[in-house]
Design a binder for this molecule. Sequence first.
Ligand code: KIV
Ligand code: ZN
Length: 494
Amino acid sequence: MNVLFADNLRFFDTTLRDGEQTPGVSLAPDQKLEIARMLAEVGVDVIEAGSAAASEGEREGIRLVAEAVLGPEVCCYVRALPVDIDWAADAGADSVHLVVPVSDLHIEKKLRKDRAAVCRMAFAAIEHAKERGLIVELSGEDASRADQAFVANLFGEGVERGADRLCFCDTVGLLTPERAREVVPPLAALAPLSIHCHDDLGFALATTVAALQSGATCAHATVNGLGERAGNTAFEALVMALETLYGYRTGIATRKLYPLSAMVSRLTKVPLATQAPVVGEMAFTHESGIHAHGVLREASTYESLRPEVVGRSRRILLGKHTGTAAVEAALAERGYRPDEARLAEIVRRIKALGDEGKRVTDADLLAIAEAVLAIECTPVLSLRQFTVVSGSNAIPTASVTIRVNGEEITSASTGTGPVDAAIEALRRSVQAVGEIELLEYHVDAISGGTDALVDVTVKMAKDGKIITSRGARTDIITASVEAVVAGMNRLLRD
Ligand code: KIV
Ligand code: ZN
């Protein structure tokens, strides 16, 4: 396999700084610490914990991460200003990511200065940071649109003044892999060089890899590719590309990549793109008959990496593209072994549901199978009533009465909204028979308008078993309750 990289590539994670610059994202200091702990477990080399100049909360976050002594170097983003450097040092950072603009566009239009002034500021800042005992990574912002001779002079003299490392920033995602192969080698000859790419044109990963092959020894990346506009190089995709495509052993605990990604998505409230490489919901999901059939026989036919390597599992979805093999496997998992004719009928009904534009949930599959196999199943629980109170001056509150094993149970709960309250009340009402967890809740309005039919899909788990179910009504609360009751019935019966 092709190994063209330095022996010890480093990963500089900037989720807590550049990632947090994703519009709308703001992390509290303790949330930064939670993510930093996981980044340390995963094995990154540097955690850029934030920007000391941004706010008191930001400095508190950097302090918390630095005090926790997690293992990786704790870095702080600073401008070429003594006050920023002092804040970083006082917060306990090990290093500063000292950023100066290097393109004339940024120097003249943004900073309203000239190249000489930028050099003066950068050198003074480096000297000040070294006096404060900090490791310095000198970063050239918008380097891909800069005069490369100027960047080389600035970086060269910066190293003479004490900068320990350098960084080439492709600030607006214009660097191509070909151009990276030209611009990186002369700069990498000056000092250890990082590459920092943005994904505006979808090239961030390819360009980062090309820069690493051309002499850069450290990659800046963010979990889930978070960052300004289209984001930064996605850490999880970079790690898996290096491992899978180039056979490069990164030293990263790849099985923790998905838990890390899910944690970052939860805390930043930025949902994962459904089809994101490695971590997207569909990355290891198959529906089409040919693919599902192939994967069931030999996973590598339609998977370039095994889901468990990144902490995930494979999912076979049923729908109109489903083939017999996938349905047979799904039924066998639940203990059903229909003969050929009945299996064909079950497949026909699943495809018919898919043709209506519906997702086929686990509850749908079982309902169809039981109907075709004429299996009499008495539901474990049935809903007797639910009542929800909500309004501008009321805390959303729900009460539900269900019948479980012949006994009526009434439970109540408050929630963040009426749906949340109703689902929580349902969960409480079955607590005596089992702890059920709601993993996902998804709602689609099928038709337009306020009288739209809404389709609610839920994913729930009990004792490690996961099931999806659906409810469709014009009333979102009733649809949600219906979906949850159907799912609970399946989970409790199983
Ligand atoms: O993309 C960029 O140029 C940056 C710098 C400010 C470091 O994030
Ligand atoms: Zn950036």
